[in-house]
Design a protein around this ligand. Structure first.
Ligand code: ATP
Length: 730
């Protein structure tokens, strides 16, 4: 049996007969606006005309072994064509789903339901109203009765959005699944809409319809090709496999204005099966090629095969029916083969038939008599029951009458007794009552007097109350003013405290600021002084160096002149004019030089060296004087101007000059060393100055930061002050 079926349902409408005509499983359609248009015909597995009922559709759809086989029932068509009506229906006319639920529950089977919608490739669970990633993540509800299902259908119908695919899944005995798919309306998007959400939505819906069509087509052909299910969200979640019965229900709303949509629906159904019977050669105005192709011919052949199959089945059914008939006859005692008799003699058959009917009538009459007997017996039994009932009631009444009589008698006796003792009791009662009344009168009199007194005292009481009230008011006022005073006082205290602390903080900040400023200024002054000092020291040193240089130059010149005999008196007794004589360095003028010499113990070395040299010279001179009777020269370097060169011989002078040269060289070296030291010291000073500068920069940065902080604090304080005063007022 084929696993795929296509049904068509036509919505009831006063449609124009000239547009549609239905003949069993073939529907013909013609363009109502074109008189020359030819009829196009389509054949489906079943066509449900406008007069068809929900029950008829249900019986055809649920006519498969859904307890062992899955099902996928899809409704397709334009909006308003009756897709939802066919699947779900309404309370008056329930559709396939509720009718099926009813049947399942009647059989005592267990059924669960889940409800989802697919919109623009997004799945939403209509039970929980949540968007889910996967189709399997759905809320499943157990259905206990038919009305529960109706309720769920109603609520989900409310939640449902426009133009969505609805998928309702039934799980029967947790074994088989039935999917009911109410597709989004198939109508084409209006030509003037070419972009935007509506356009996209329509494109996606059409795309999913087309993928579904291809899937159904492949499924129908039983081809080994893998179905293109993954191409759309809708088809990817449908159960369409070898164990599924798939039914596509096309719905059309055949008003004249819907001709195009109707034709498109018919063609869509047709394409899934390719079972078009005969189509008049006509190019559809909607662009679909309606010619029969080879595929369709194959389909026709397949259908023919199927018809043959059906014929065999019908034959089989006829044989079954005959067998059952013979069995029935055997049971009735009419074990006769009518077929054989008919072949023999038609008359006999009539007689037998009449006899058969007579027997049947007889049987029915005896059944009626039996029924009468039964009814009679029933009536008799009822009469008997009635008699019994009446009798027992009568007995009960008699008993009641006797009991009543007894009560009456007792009552009479009591009355007699009461009459006798009544007078005494009356007397006793009246004296009690008088006393009671008197007591009551006294009490009420007292009460009345009290009331009168209180009424008379009312103005006075009112006055006292007034005075008391006034006093109370005054007291209240006093308490209020006291509280206000107290409050204001504490407010003032808080205010002054607050202001004080505010001023205190401000003062502290200012002090800190001032201290910082002072610190920085001190530092700057000290640094300036230090710089000045160092500057003057450097200047002094420079002056000294220049002076020393002058001395050295002058001495050099003197020596040159001595050597070249530039002075009168010859080499032996030259005299140096006063203006040529250089002033030697002294501790007063060149204090820095001597200070460094001292500190570096250069002086000591020099003096030592000088004295050694001096000694040598002295010895040499002594020897010379002794041998050559030459003048011995006493050298006093500190008193150079007093040296009498004239008393010296040439070698002594040369030695002296050499000595001087050496000294000068040493001095020059010393000066170089010292100047390097000076340089180093200057570099050191510069480094220190840079450090100090850095420190200064850092300090001034800190100072600026502190200043900014204090200024912002001040601003906040100024803001806080009025705010807090407002708060305090409140
Ligand atoms: N066969 C029918 N008999 C009686 N009324 C019908 C039939 N088919 C549809 N209707 C009525 O037509 C109206 C539209 O039907 P329905 O809501 O089922 O259309 P639809 O195709 O599901 O539309 P959409 O999917 O756009 O909501 C409903 O009021 C429904 O009761």
């Amino acid at each position: 049996m084929n696993n795929y079926k296509v049904f068509l349902r036509v919505r009831p409408i006063d449609y124009d007969q000239s547009m549609l005509s239905i003949d069993q499983n073939v529907i013909s359609i013609k363009d109502p606006t074109n008189k020359q248009a030819e009829w196009q015909q389509f054949r489906y597995d079943k066509i449900f005309p406008a007069s068809s009922t929900q029950q008829e559709l249900f019986e055809s759809v649920a006519n498969f072994d859904y307890e062992n086989k899955n099902g996928c029932i899809i409704s397709y068509g334009q909006s308003g064509s009756g897709k939802s009506y066919s699947l779900f229906g309404n309370i008056q006319n329930p559709g396939i789903v509720p009718l099926l639920i009813q049947q399942i529950l009647y059989k005592g089977q267990n059924v669960q339901v889940s409800f989802q919608e697919i919109y623009v490739d997004q799945i939403r669970d209509l039970n929980t109203n949540l968007i889910t990633e996967e189709f399997t993540k759905r809320q499943i509800l157990l259905i206990n009765d038919f009305w529960e299902m109706i309720k769920i259908l109603r609520s989900t119908d409310i939640k449902r959005q426009m133009r969505t695919h609805i998928i309702l899944t039934l799980e029967i005995n947790s074994n088989t699944k039935l999917q009911f798919v109410d597709l989004a309306g198939s109508e084409r998007v209006a030509k003037n809409i070419t972009e935007g959400e509506k356009f996209q939505e329509a494109i996606l819906i059409t795309a999913s319809h087309q993928v579904l069509n291809r899937c159904l087509n492949s499924f129908n052909q039983n081809s080994n090709k893998i179905l293109p299910k993954k191409e759309s969200k809708l088809t990817s979640v449908l159960i369409i496999d070898n164990n599924t019965q798939v039914i596509l229900i096309g719905a059309i709303n055949p008003s004249q204005s819907n001709y195009e949509e109707c034709l498109l629906t018919l063609q869509y159904l047709d394409r899934t099966k390719n079972i078009q019977v005969s189509i008049k050669k006509q190019q559809s105005m909607l662009g679909f090629d309606t010619q029969i192709n080879v595929q369709q011919e194959k389909e026709i052949k397949k259908l023919k095969d199927e018809i043959e199959e059906y014929k065999i089945k019908v034959e089989q059914l006829n044989i079954d029916r005959k067998k059952r008939f013979i069995e029935l006859q055997r049971l009735l005692g009419l074990d006769i083969d009518l077929e054989r008799l008919s072949a023999k003699n038609a008359k006999d058959i009539t007689i037998f038939k009449n006899q058969q009917e007579a027997l049947l009538k007889n049987a029915s009459l005896s059944q009626q008599i039996d029924e009468y007997h039964y009814e009679n017996a029933q009536l008799k039994k009822q009469l008997e029951d009635l008699k019994k009932d009446t009798h027992s009631k009568l007995e009960r009444y008699q008993q009641q009458i006797l009991e009543q009589k007894e009560i009456n008698k007792k009552f009479k006796d009591q009355l007699q007794l009461s009459k006798m003792s009544g007078d005494d009791a009356l007397r006793l009662l009246s004296s009690d009552r008088d006393q009671f009344i008197k007591k009551l009168q006294d009490e009420s009199k007292n009460l009345l007097e009290d009331k009168v007194a209180s009424i008379l005292n009312l103005p006075q009481t009112a006055q006292t109350k007034n005075v008391e009230n006034q006093k109370l008011q005054e007291l209240k006022k006093q308490i209020k003013t006291e509280i206000e005073k107290e409050f204001n006082k504490s407010l003032e205290i808080i205010k002054t405290e607050y202001n004080k602390s505010l001023d205190h903080y401000k003062f502290q900040y200012e002090q800190k600021l001032n201290a910082k400023v002072e610190e920085i200024e001190n530092f700057l002054n000290q640094f300036k002084k230090y710089r000045e000092k160092k500057k003057s020291q450097i200047n002094e040193i420079v002056e000294e160096l220049l002076d020393l240089y002058d001395i050295i130059t002058k001495q050099g010149k003197v020596i040159d002149k001595i050597e070249t005999g530039g002075y009168s008196g010859g080499l032996k007794s030259f005299s140096i004019p006063k203006q040529d004589k250089p002033n030697l360095p002294n501790k007063v003028k060149h204090k820095n030089l001597f200070h460094f010499l001292d500190t570096n113990s250069v002086t000591a070395t020099l003096t030592k060296k000088a004295s050694t040299v001096e000694k040598t010279i002295k010895t040499a001179t002594k020897q010379l004087r002794q041998s050559q009777s030459q003048i011995i020269l006493e050298i006093d370097y500190n008193q150079l101007d007093s040296i009498n060169f004239m008393s010296m011989d040439f070698s002594t002078v040369r030695a002296y000059a050499n000595k001087l040269r050496e000294m000068i060289k040493e001095l020059q070296d010393q000066i170089t060393i010292n100047s390097d030291k000076f340089k180093q010291q200057i570099a050191q000073q510069q480094r220190e100055r840079d450090d100090a500068q850095q420190k200064y920069n850092m300090e001034s940065r800190k100072y600026n930061q502190t200043r900014v902080v204090i200024e912002s604090q001040n601003r906040i304080l100024q803001k806080v002050r009025p705010l807090s005063s407002v708060q305090r007022k409140q």
